[in-house]
Design a protein around this ligand. Structure first.
Ligand SMILES: *Cc1c(COP(=O)(O)O)cnc(C)c1O
Ligand code: SF4
Length: 358
């Protein structure tokens, strides 16, 4: 690994959000020697580290710092990396909508986030100027949903839907609430960990609906869960909104059994059911985060039997080109086999009633 001068000098706790290379260097989160390379990164990808999230950084290369501090390698694009790794564009019937499955669709009302993850699969699109659907475009997206009765679940994503104003959020939730075929609204957000102060009673009010409202929180390390996050989650959970967790398996963030265990346990302690552990999508300039699938499977194997079943996520791959998400193991039952592995790896014969009848 490249030795990056200056990294060890970090000391000052952050008190202001970081949006520029200047601020990054002044906070000693990046060395002066990287300035030119980081300016090139910043001209292409958004940078924002909120003050409270930044205060969790103990070292630029620690599990919090790695997620949000721009790195010179981000402009080195590997041949296998794709601007639109999961084929969102090819599955968009109208702007702001992505539909890949018969019964559910994504609605992306904005591309703004509370911070900008360096491994983001939509990094070519998200950013502070990033496309808030204007009134007419939002109306067209809602009209598409209204006119597509097979859609029973609408997933609000972006960007981060909890960056919307309470007024705008209420308008969207209200419109979905009025669609009889929509039974479930799901919100994908990083706000409760990245900007917990945004979760106010007004936001909770805006989420009031007769439909089943679910929140899926994106968090990747146990240290993301502080007292403000706990309060934000409690506020939403008190409104009968179940919270699920999704994480990305990331090199240097959660790629060892202890870190992954701590993350999953932190979720369960916060009444969050871990839902998905995502294999990293190959977005441009994200190679330093890559963990091979075999290693991901071994990590989960190490946790089986060691942590409560409540903490167990489904490890998923979003197949390139928009073919959908599939579980990728680990598997304990070889296809067609007559033996099953226990958590320690020892094999046992299946009971005969579980075998295929011949
Ligand atoms: C991820 C995704 C979903 C949700 O998939 P689940 O497996 O139900 O969580 C739905 N639509 C699109 C386009 C997606 O990318
Ligand atoms: S919060 Fe989500 S959409 Fe936003 S930068 Fe992070 S991964 Fe990307």
């Amino acid at each position: 690994m490249l030795q990056r001068a200056g990294c060890s000098q970090y000391s000052a706790p952050m008190t202001a959000p970081i949006r520029s290379v200047d601020a990054l260097i002044a906070a000693k989160l990046a060395p002066e020697a990287d300035r030119a390379a980081l300016e090139a990164v910043a001209s292409r990808y958004a940078t924002l580290i909120p003050a409270a999230f930044g205060a969790l950084i103990e070292h630029p290369d620690d599990p919090i710092g790695r997620q949000v501090i721009p790195h010179p390698d981000e402009i080195r694009h590997a041949p296998h990396e794709l601007a639109d790794p999961i084929g969102d564009a090819a599955h968009s019937p109208v702007p702001g909508i992505v539909r890949r499955y018969p019964d559910r669709a994504l609605l992306k009302p904005l591309l703004v986030c509370p911070l900008y993850c360096r491994f983001c699969f939509r990094r070519e699109h998200v950013g502070p100027e990033g496309g808030l659907l204007d009134e007419a475009a939002l109306e067209r997206a809602l009209a598409w949903l209204r006119g597509t009765p097979e859609i029973t679940e609408v997933i609000l994503t972006g960007g981060d839907p909890l960056m919307l104003s309470p007024r705008r959020l209420r308008q969207i939730v209200g419109a979905l609430d009025a669609m009889p075929h929509v039974t479930t609204i799901r919100i994908h957000s990083r706000v409760p960990v990245a900007a917990p102060e945004r979760i106010t009673a007004e936001i909770a009010d805006a989420l009031e609906t007769e439909k089943a409202m679910w929140l899926v929180l994106h968090a990747n390390h146990a240290r993301e869960f502080g007292p403000a996050t706990r309060d934000a989650l409690r506020l939403l959970q008190a409104r009968a909104i179940p919270v699920l967790g999704q994480s990305v398996l990331l090199r240097g963030v959660n790629d060892d059994p202890d870190s992954l265990e701590d993350l999953l346990r932190a979720m369960v302690r916060h009444r969050i059911k871990p839902y998905y552990l995502h294999q990293l999508d190959p977005a441009p300039g994200t190679a330093r985060f890559h963990v091979p699938i075999g290693e991901g499977q071994a990590l989960l194997r190490a946790l089986r039997g060691r942590v409560t079943g409540l903490a167990w996520p489904t490890y998923v791959l979003d197949i390139e080109g928009g073919h959908g998400k599939v579980p990728i193991g680990p598997s304990y039952l070889p296809e067609g086999g007559e033996t099953v592995s226990d958590p320690s790896g020892a094999m046992h014969r299946l009971p005969t009633h579980a075998l295929p009848s011949s």
